[in-house]
Write a protein that binds this ligand. Structure first.
Ligand code: ADP
Ligand code: MG
Length: 256
């Protein structure tokens, strides 16, 4: 057993003549925060698209708990705890922040279907209450409790990114894929984000895979770092080892 919750095995993706990913092997374990770094165009977002089911790979497989889910839809994966945020934000701009988080929660049916919803039976109302309580808790955890009634569409980018994170964790995820979540965030927002991610991994055993350009942020937050370059894994290891790797310095870090 690999010990990976989510595992990309030999994944290849081509866009016409461009080989975006070539034979990528990358897994993430429960309770770890794994950083995915690399230059623009390295294939990080494409890998997230394949892991979350938005794009079918030309080659290779995606495993969840060792089972092949390569052909499963994004919705199926989300229902099974694989959640992501997007490099380009995807919020419901005309809904409030609280409603964005509310609708991100899975409706766990209790039988009775839409009729029971319409009749607002006590069990239905109890679930609705539970979802509102959970929404408040998630907003507080993410440090955006004060924004609950604001329209999501009018938020500055850093706050909007935090709302995306709140949506992704509204139902506790088993795997969380974060694509450049800290870009546009202020220093305090970054700290809040790091705290949310650490807590998810340490307390809930969530497997986190994080793409981020801020190398210092990645090195500080992640327990393992994978470097992607030209569609393949260039290096992998603990933050100190990756930072010292001459290949990585040449391809990506420069003199950092
Ligand atoms: N939809 C697409 N159509 C054509 N080429 C794409 C598409 N998406 C990404 N690419 C190409 O695939 C490569 C990897 O892109 P991407 O995964 O976005 O990299 P990263 O997120 O690391 O910056 C780049 O060369 C990019 O131009
Ligand atoms: Mg990208």
């Amino acid at each position: 057993m690999s010990g990976y919750v989510l595992h990309a095995v030999g994944v290849g993706v081509r866009f016409g003549g461009v080989r975006a990913l070539t034979g990528v092997d990358l897994g993430v374990r429960a309770g770890e925060v794994c950083g995915l770094i690399g230059p623009n165009g390295a294939g990080k977002t494409t890998l997230f698209d394949v892991l979350s089911g938005i794009r079918r790979p030309d080659r290779g497989r995606i495993l969840l708990d060792g089972a092949d889910i390569t052909r499963r839809s994004p919705v199926w994966r989300a229902r099974h705890g694989v959640r992501r945020t997007f490099q380009r934000q995807q919020l419901f701009g005309r809904l409030s922040v609280a409603d964005n988080v509310l609708v991100a929660q899975e409706w766990r049916g209790g039988g009775g279907g839409p009729a029971a919803d319409l009749l607002a039976l006590p069990a239905r109302r109890a679930r609705e209450r539970a979802r509102r309580v959970r929404t408040e808790q998630v907003l507080a955890d993410c440090g955006i409790a004060a924004l609950g009634t604001s329209y999501a569409g009018g938020l500055p980018v850093g706050q909007a990114r935090m709302v995306e994170v709140a949506r992704a964790v509204a139902d506790p995820p088993r795997v969380l894929l974060l694509d450049e979540p800290a870009s546009g965030m202020s220093a305090p927002e970054r700290e809040q984000l790091a705290a949310v991610v650490r807590r998810l991994a340490a307390q809930d055993g969530c497997a986190v895979l994080l793409v981020e350009h801020d190398v210092a942020f990645v090195m500080d937050l992640c327990t393992r770092v994978v470097v992607l370059d030209l569609g393949s894994v260039l290096a992998e290891g603990d933050p100190a080892g990756v930072r010292a790797d001459p290949l990585v310095r040449e391809a990506y870090l420069g003199s950092a």
